[in-house]
Design a protein around this ligand. Structure first.
Ligand code: ZN
Length: 54
């Protein structure tokens, strides 16, 4: 997956989601954490710049 290693917060900001839309959807499935800074949810805390457990 191309998105691996980058935070979701940054990916959205850089508008590169279209490059791996399926990968992005995977990250949003059954989210376990959300970003305190951006408010985004993700199932991998490494994808968030300021992760907080849901
Ligand atoms: Zn963030």
């Amino acid at each position: 997956m191309k998105l691996k290693g980058k935070t979701l917060c940054k990916l959205v900001k850089d508008e590169v989601l279209d490059e791996d839309l399926e990968g992005y959807k995977e990250l949003l499935r059954e989210p376990t954490h959300f970003c305190l800074k951006c408010g985004r949810a993700c199932n991998d805390k490494k994808c968030l710049c300021k992760p907080e457990k849901l």
